[in-house]
Design a binder for this molecule. Structure first.
Ligand code: ATP
Ligand code: MG
Length: 330
């Protein structure tokens, strides 16, 4: 059973997953990235689409837009004409190739091609990507690929050059707000302005995260305030993060290091969550602008290294050390 079937099965059950309930169904439901949505809609109307590459941050509508494409292209027959694969859980390119082969062998029901959606393609190694490229070539008469990734720079050029590339941006604040209001109204939640701001701050333009936090908070109470949001977040409470930064800046390295470890373990936060919380807190600490700028720079470096796969605790520790050294450098 593909993911598409799970979606439909959820529809009538008592417990609905809100990210499915509120998944955009029409092009006009997709918030943000207006130019992309418009161009994709034009392509669909022309009934002939090239291979597509959707690159950009999580929860911005890449998978949703792909589903809209196939539903518009094939109406009731979309399931027969759509194969959804996830590069990071299909255990290797051979499994992907086998599935593509079996799917492509049977002619499209109601169109001249079928669509294969490959999610998280940046999880594939370079060798696997070269194999994917050959697969794309072999089935190009019968299949179009929609390839989704978070980081375009991890996708080899020969694949990029075979696709029309669309770079998704984070969803702007006012659009995120409108999504929150829509869900609140529909689910009869009362949510105050501070809570909306806290939600936006913690989501960083990721709609999936917004919808998930709203659903989990609503389980506790229909009245959602800032405190409820912070309780739900995989975000350290601002006070704790502030303390970690201030300790390191004032040279209390081992104290800040043990607090960091504490926050990471007790609240099961990952390195990127910590970096994001720190980035927000830098502006609230008592330090001169020059120090703050250098901290932001260091945060950026640490984030890059973590995303590239370095050990997150080592990177955070080194970050705290560099904060401690900043003061000495003055
Ligand atoms: N642009 C958007 N407009 C409205 N809702 C959105 C948008 N993007 C995401 N959502 C919400 O978040 C959920 C997940 O979105 P989707 O699966 O399309 O994200 P994605 O970009 O594919 O993310 P990932 O990179 O993690 O796969 C949707 O079901 C919907 O509830
Ligand atoms: Mg997706």
């Amino acid at each position: 059973m593909g993911k598409g079937d799970v979606r439909e099965d959820n529809k009538n059950s008592d417990f609905e997953i809100w990210t499915e309930k509120y998944r955009p169904k029409e092009f006009s439901d997709v918030l943000g990235n207006d130019m992309i949505v418009k161009r994709v809609e034009d392509l669909v109307n022309s009934k002939n689409i090239p291979h597509l590459m959707f690159a950009g941050p999580a929860g911005t509508g890449k998978s949703s837009l792909s589903l809209i494409i196939v539903r518009k292209l094939f109406d009731d027959y979309w399931r027969q004409n759509y194969l959804e694969l996830n590069a990071s859980d299909e255990r290797g390119i051979d499994v992907i190739r086998e599935k593509v082969k079996n799917f492509a062998r049977i002619k499209s029901f109601s169109g001249s091609f079928k669509i294969i959606f490959l999610d998280e393609a940046d999880a594939l190694t370079r060798d696997a990507q070269h194999a994917l490229r050959r697969t794309m070539e072999n089935y190009t008469k019968t299949c179009r690929f929609i390839i989704s990734c978070n980081y375009l720079n991890k996708i080899i050029d020969p694949i990029q050059s075979r696709c029309s590339v669309f770079r998704f941006n984070l969803i702007p604040k006012e659009k995120i707000k409108s999504l929150i209001m829509k869900i609140a109204k529909n689910e009869k939640l009362s949510i105050d302005d501070n809570a909306i701001d806290a939600l936006y701050e913690s989501s960083n333009g990721d709609c999936r995260r917004i919808v998930n936090i709203l659903q989990s908070s609503s389980g506790t109470s229909k009245k959602i305030d800032e405190k409820a949001i912070y309780g739900m977040l995989s975000n350290a409470r601002p006070g704790e993060i502030k303390q970690i930064i201030e300790d390191s800046l004032s040279g209390k390295f081992s104290s800040s290091r043990s607090k960091l470890l504490d926050v990471m373990l007790n609240q099961s936060l990952n390195g990127i969550d910590i970096i994001k919380s720190m980035q927000r807190e830098v502006w609230n600490i008592d330090a001169d602008d020059n120090t703050k700028l250098r901290m932001i720079e260091k945060l950026g470096e640490a984030e890059f290294r973590i995303v590239e796969g370095s050990d997150e605790f080592i990177q955070l520790e080194s970050l705290l050390a560099s904060f401690a050294l900043l003061k000495n450098a003055d």
